[in-house]
Design a protein around this ligand. Structure first.
Ligand code: ATP
Ligand code: MG
Length: 561
């Protein structure tokens, strides 16, 4: 499949800006991040945020947060709030520069009248289907609308009456008068305004006439003095219109620059599809930890710094590509490896009784919170006669190269003693192993091996007496195939990974995890990185698996990379 090796650095946009500054075309850098508040932000938006805010920081300029709220039907305050929280969480600050396209409705409308006065726009009574028909195709020129030659006075009168609410939705539009024979379909008299009797989440019922993206976006850029309007490649063919409108209106003319959008394997990135997954309850919500949304990733335990590193690593280019999810997961592992404390947790417990350990007694081992960073300190780990180990760290009849516990075998309990399995207790009815009876070597405490004997297996454990019961959610990739939307004839929803969430209800954790703060993250030794779910309650925590310790998909899929 088409995957791209991430290359750091070469950012062609920086070169273009350097030229603009060197030539004196611009004296400062003002960028903007312009989300439409019709969904939550995803990792693709993070690429755009890091780029736009990153450029502003680099050039000591500024970056605006502008809500492109021109479609009242799909937009909501909930999305605005979530977008602001996500941008802040990612680590960026727009200061006082929070704007809304809807704040410009009056000025945009004045631009529309100005275009009419310059005979560069007209009111057209063709319906949507007729407009499409008249537009022509890539191989056929379009035909001029019969309404194209209306007088300035008639156009002004009609536009004002459109604004006043005299006409029904879809009966008339305002179009730019450009060129119906242009090879660029976007220049064949594009629609600038449509009638829409809908309540807007900010302007209420003040308007029933709403600007189209192409008209609102560029003119908002201009009004805000944006120097570099950076957007994704699909807008390349819109640039001639962007330029035409600024020239026609004789207003400040920002420079539009396009870059390749981010695509990631094993997920989908269109807001329409993400909304479908939410509405159809295929996930728990926008912030479900399997979603590619920033709120989902935050809940999953991805640090903002890892996402910024990822955006830097994949770079900014001009050709569309699809980045492997493992690149993002590697950034998460790298960040967590050096920042989070280690802990002991057993996900699928198997009881172990140390038969020669005195009953009713216990001890504490002092263990490091991080193997390489002593500044993270130490903690006490209680040990006692009854313990739990991971079910798959024992095999009754182990194959070769299995170095964990088996009848008659010896393993190291991490930070504690060597134990030997003497007896396997089974449920007489089911035959299931329910308990191991082991003996320990008192001379081997705290990791010591006085006689230098070699024991290959080291396993994790928790003491039964103080173990904290917890729910653990094991998250995996949302889709089972790398590119779920590649097959246009199929339904991407059929490709959801049925094993993307496994809920374990019987995990047992070391005592200090009982009080772990919501959102805090740990490496459970040998298992992966886990974070406390934000809705978790103290004393009976719920942990989300952020990422495994290694990329297990590389092994399973084999051919993907
Ligand atoms: P939709 O899915 O509805 O087409 P969108 O993804 O374009 O919407 P917007 O809210 O319009 O969402 O996006 C805001 C900004 O984020 C735009 O400048 C857009 O270019 C950028 N952006 C969106 N998706 C990606 C992506 N996958 N990679 C990089 N930038 C993106
Ligand atoms: Mg968009």
């Amino acid at each position: 499949m088409d995957t791209t090796t991430p290359t750091a650095g070469v950012n062609f946009i920086r070169n273009l800006i350097d030229d603009d500054l060197a030539s004196g075309r611009q004296r400062t850098v003002v960028t903007r991040f312009p989300p439409e508040p019709n969904g939550y932000l995803h990792i693709g938006h993070a690429k755009s945020i890091c780029l736009n805010f990153g450029l502003a920081l680099h050039y000591s300029g500024r970056c605006h947060l502008r809500f492109d709220d021109t479609n009242p039907v799909k937009e909501e305050q909930e999305y605005i709030d979530a977008i602001k929280a996500d941008v802040r969480w990612l680590g960026f600050d727009w200061g006082a520069h929070e704007y809304y396209a809807s704040d410009y409705f009056e000025r945009l409308y004045a631009f529309a009248e100005r275009l009419i006065e310059k005979e560069l726009a007209y009111v057209c009574d063709l319906n949507a289907e007729q407009i499409r028909e008249y537009r022509g195709t890539l191989t056929e020129p379009g035909r001029e609308s019969p309404y194209r030659s209306r007088s300035v006075a008639e156009n002004l009168d009609l536009l004002r009456r459109m604004r006043a609410g005299e006409f029904a939705d879809g009966t008339r539009v305002l179009r730019a008068k450009v060129d119906m024979t242009s090879p660029n379909l976007n220049l064949r008299d594009p629609v600038l305004y449509r009638i829409l009797h809908a309540t807007h989440h900010r302007t209420g019922d003040a308007w029933c006439l709403y600007p189209m993206y192409d008209f609102a976006h560029g003119q908002s850029d201009s009004l805000e003095g944006i120097t570099h309007s950076i957007c994704t490649l699909e807008f390349e063919a819109h640039r001639p219109l962007y330029d035409w409108l600024c020239e026609a209106l004789e207003i400040y003319h920002p420079r539009q620059i396009e870059f390749a959008r981010l695509n990631l394997t094993y997920t989908v990135m269109s807001k329409r599809r993400l909304l479908e997954l939410v509405n159809e309850r295929r996930v728990a919500g926008w912030d479900d930890p399997r979603m590619p949304t920033l709120s989902g990733m935050r809940r999953r335990g991805y640090p903002a710094a890892a996402i910024r590193t990822f955006c830097e690593r994949i770079g900014v280019g001009k050709s569309d590509s699809i980045i492997d999810m493992s690149v993002l997961e590697d950034c998460v592992r790298e960040e967590l490896d050096h920042t989070v404390p280690r802990a002991m947790g057993v996900l699928r417990p198997l009881k172990v009784v140390i038969t020669n350990y005195p009953e009713g007694e216990g001890e504490q081992f002092t263990v490091p919170n991080h193997p390489k960073d002593s500044s993270l300190g130490t903690r006490s780990l209680p040990f006692g006669r009854e313990l739990y180990i991971e079910r798959d760290d024992f095999m009754e009849d182990p194959p070769g190269k299995y170095f964990r516990l088996a009848p008659g075998r010896e393993v190291r309990l991490r930070y504690a003693y060597l134990i030997r399995c003497d007896e396997v207790v089974k449920d007489p009815a089911s035959g299931e192993v329910v308990e191991l009876r082991c003996s320990y070597d008192p001379a081997t405490g705290g990791g010591a091996t006085p006689d230098g004997r070699k024991v290959k297996g080291i396993i994790h454990w928790v003491a039964a007496a103080n173990a904290v019961p917890a729910a653990v959610h094991l998250y995996d990739r949302l889709f089972s195939v790398a590119n779920p939307t590649a097959d246009k004839t199929g339904d991407y929803r059929d490709l959801l990974n049925p094993a993307s969430l496994e809920i374990l209800g019987e995990a047992l954790l070391e005592p200090m995890l009982a009080a772990a703060a919501p959102g805090s993250c740990f490496q459970f030794e040998r298992l992966g990185y886990f974070c406390v779910d934000p809705e978790s309650v103290s004393g009976q925590p719920c942990f989300n698996r952020t990422v495994t310790l290694r990329d297990s998909w590389a092994k399973v899929a084999g051919v993907e990379s």
